[in-house]
Write a protein that binds this ligand. Sequence first.
Ligand code: RNT
Ligand code: ZN
Length: 419
Amino acid sequence: MSVKQNYEVAKQFYEKWGVDVDGALEQLKKVPISIHCWQGDDIGGFEVEERELSGGIDVTGNYPGKAETPEQLREDLEKALSLIPGKHRVNLHAIYAETNGEIVDRDELKPEHFENWVAWAKKHELGLDFNPTFFSHPLSEEGLTLAHPNEEIRNFWIRHGIASREIGEYFGRELGTSTLTNFWMPDGYKDIPSDRLTPRIRLKESLDKIFEKEIDAKYNVDAVESKLFGIGSEAFVVGSHEFYLGYALKNNKLCLLDTGHYHPTEVVSNKISAMLLYSDELALHVSRPVRWDSDHVITLDDELKEVGLEIVRNNALDKVRIGLDFFDASINRVAAWTIGTRNMVKSLLNALLLPHDHLKKLQDEGNFTDRLALMEEFKTYPFGFIWDYYCEISGVPTGEDWLEEVKQYEKDVLCKRNG
Ligand code: RNT
Ligand code: ZN
């Protein structure tokens, strides 16, 4: 049976429930996932001065073939993109600037340091997103940046924030699609603070300065990302969820939810509908925490499916900016991107294939038996055949065929690198 034939059969299962399967694929095609460049080189970046990863995050593993140059990173991204159905975006961090061997500190970064990325994005018709880098730097070593008691240090990071928004705006202008510039700061304390308010006031004031300049949302939109704890900030993080939720709502910023940044039984899927009542848009960093904010490659687990369901059943595909945030150096990095991004797309497809109106109605009627019975039965519907067909019409490998390509790429390209 061909992929197409399987599709035709599988389609009937869903059409029985009134689902427009071809329409679902059309819709899915238009949803971009923002693929984080930092999976490709373990959040190394290309700063001239070698710097250790800091900020309370960690990448473990030493799989061979890590990208060492911007050209290699782009080459690897191209490979991964060729294995993922749909048109997507690439998410950069400030440390991925290209400065031609010149030392340019974070507060002096300019759009011109990202010209190569923009040219590449144009060539491949990709949108770009951006993140200032508030870690892996001598001035963040004390675990504080925008909330630091020292004004000079704070000002350095404020300048970095301002520079970053300008880079985001430049991306948006050049590429004709608005950039999401996401602010995550590691600021926090290892042990119980004697004062939680003052650091929060400082963070708030620093952010106000960074966001002073109005930028057209056509070009750049800002997001703020909270966290519960990090390595070295176990007792207190200045930018907690409530801090940023409040900040975002009051200042018309996007609140970015990282699926690894909450209590172990607290889930991001449950926050989406609540927040969309008060905010037109929000952003995600889809990650997989294993016992802590470990940033494992995302699998098609229950929570990933639930995130997809909440976005689709609440008609929020154009309200949620979906980005990924995982980093694993113990497996092939191109495979990591491919597995994770394909899973994100799969979770959306799964959601697009369900008869939400019917299921909502059952709930309103109090018919919980049918609701549970159907939701369980749909789990074993022939989803895989629809997915394969989507891959085929998108011109990317179906099923596990992509793995051979990654293995070949590992042999031909990755293993020939020094890394
Ligand atoms: C850290 C945050 C943040 C980073 C990236 C590299 O816990 O999740 O988003 O992972 O900016
Ligand atoms: Zn994140």
